[in-house]
Design a protein around this ligand. Structure first.
Ligand SMILES: C[S@@+](CC[C@H](N)C(=O)[O-])C[C@H]1O[C@@H](n2cnc3c(N)ncnc32)[C@H](O)[C@@H]1O
Length: 221
């Protein structure tokens, strides 16, 4: 398994408290986009969340119309997150819908063409080989499947960065390490290197909370 950058990862219980209480506006953005891109509607689709943490987004997705019958799978490299998420979903009787397992974004342990949707939030900047991770996400998408990646960008407008750091401060979190993140043009270059430039875009807003990061969308025809 490849070496990964875990220097900036919090213990699972702290991360759970942080994300579930203070990151709602940030969560709302990717959840809204998932609902818009869901082409399975009432069907029983399958969705993979790469670098799921404690599965906070998966639990929120399960509540959204169109995802109630989805099989939601999260993978995370960090065993504490997997243990915390597994216990939580069992206790909340959500384990029939949501499963979190240990795995590496660089070598997804799933067959080609498995998922209707793949998502990943705030994870790609932790990976040693983002190009390989993009190729892996594409590989496991079914034809007509869609992958959405949201992450913070290094070229974030300063006033938006300050607002985000104020949210983190409320959770006693230090300012985010913005120098570790990628710019919009770096992400475009990774998609080119991955051979995915014809079936992807990178988009970032200029203003508001959405300007904090970018969206990568990858689709498989
Ligand atoms: C900042 S957290 C984001 C968690 C979650 N996606 C969210 O948005 O709340 C980054 C996550 O990526 C995971 N991670 C780091 N390297 C990974 C790898 N190679 N494969 C899978 N997960 C990884 C970490 O353990 C951590 O849970």
């Amino acid at each position: 398994m490849k070496d990964i950058n875990l220097k900036n990862i919090m213990p699972a219980t702290e991360y759970e408290a942080y994300t579930s209480k203070y990151l709602k506006p940030w969560d709302a953005m990717i959840l809204k986009r998932c609902a818009e891109e869901n082409n399975q509607k009432s069907a029983q689709g399958t969705l993979l969340d790469v670098g799921t943490g404690t599965g906070v987004l998966l639990e929120e997705l399960h509540k959204i119309q169109g995802f109630e019958n989805y099989r939601l799978i999260g993978i995370d490299y960090y065993q504490d997150n997997v243990i915390e998420a597994t216990a939580k979903f069992k206790e909340r009787s959500l384990d029939n819908y949501i499963t979190v397992v240990q795995g590496d974004a660089h070598a997804l342990d799933f067959s080609d063409d498995t998922f209707d949707m793949v998502i990943s939030r705030a994870t790609i900047h932790h990976l040693v080989d983002p190009v390989k991770a993009l190729q892996e996400k594409y590989r496991v998408l079914k034809p007509n499947g869609v992958c959405l990646i949201h992450d913070m960008r290094r070229d974030v407008p300063i006033e938006i960065l300050e607002k985000f750091n104020a949210l983190r401060a409320k959770a006693n979190y230090p300012p985010t390490k913005v120098h570790e993140k990628y710019t919009v043009s770096e992400m475009r270059a990774f998609l080119d290197q991955a051979g995915l430039s014809d079936c992807s875009y990178v988009y970032a807003e200029d203003n508001g909370m959405a300007a904090l990061g970018y969206e990568v969308k990858i689709w498989k025809n």
